[in-house]
Design a protein around this ligand. Structure first.
Ligand code: NAD
Length: 227
């Protein structure tokens, strides 16, 4: 895939996997709207990309707020004219069992880890459908597939994110001529492995079958670079 000139929104862009992704995108001439709740972090990574000649716009905001998704998408369209990719990466952990997790912490993990991706999808899907082109990558976790000790809220949120991704892929597979939706696992070194890919070669989906024909099996044995 030619990446030059494409536009991406990356959430949780100020640190860790998000920051590594922005750096990889900049190296591949992908224009980025970088979203993070931490103003200092997102401005630091944006300045770094700009000083290297990359094209980026920082957005300070909480992905749990509808306004953040609206702002990021508006900026992508106003600055770059189109939106090709969204990487829903922002996520938080809460280290505790189900008994030890206060309700407000449980709710916060859900609203950031699942709600953030849902709000971003609701905002960008109409644009991607109009374009008949678009990639959404949601950053889930093994915790959402196999579970994890002392991470009840986090594991549940990531399992929900996996199913959100599948729901979106199945519901919008009819745009499969040019739309791709991938459920991917991403590693700290910037490599990704596909768990499920829908679109491009898919025909209309009757809602009963996996629209891509690709089984929902993690392919951690065959990671591939994102860019
Ligand atoms: N690090 C891992 O080993 C690992 C493994 C599996 C999955 N993940 C997932 O990858 C994603 C990134 O992980 P990481 O280790 O790079 O995280 P990190 O904590 O290093 O960075 C996360 C970034 O997201 C930002 N952020 C947090 N809450 C936010 C919000 N509400 N709105 C906007 N930005 C917000 C933080 O400010 C930070 O810059 C998470 O979704 C995490 O669950 C990470």
């Amino acid at each position: 895939m030619t990446t030059q000139g494409r536009t991406a929104i990356v959430t949780g862009a100020g640190a860790g996997i998000g920051r590594a992704t922005i750096r990889a995108f900049a190296g591949n001439l992908i224009r980025v709207v970088a979203v993070d709740i931490d103003a200092a972090r997102v401005h630091a990574v944006a300045d770094e990309i700009r000083s290297g000649g990359g094209c980026r716009v920082p957005v300070v905001g909480d992905v749990a707020s509808e306004a953040t998704a609206a702002t990021a998408v508006e900026i992508a369209l106003a600055e770059f004219g189109h939106l090709d990719m969204v990487f829903n990466n922002a996520g938080i952990e809460h280290v505790a069992t189900v008994l030890e997790t206060p309700s407000e912490d449980w709710a916060r993990v859900m609203e950031v880890n699942v709600g953030g991706a849902r709000l971003m999808a609701r905002t960008c899907l109409p644009i991607m459908m109009r374009q008949r082109n678009g990639i959404i990558v949601n950053n889930a976790s093994d915790a959402g597939i196999r579970g994890m000790k002392m991470a009840a809220a986090y594991s549940v949120s990531k399992a929900a994110l996996v199913q959100l991704t599948r729901s979106i892929a199945m519901d919008y597979a009819e745009f499969g001529h040019s739309m791709q939706l991938r459920l991917s696992r991403m590693y700290q070194d910037g490599s990704v492995s596909a768990i499920q890919c829908c679109g491009r070669r898919a025909g209309r989906n009757d809602g009963r079958t996996n629209p891509s024909g690709v089984r929902g099996v993690p392919r951690s044995d065959a990671p591939s670079r994102i860019a």
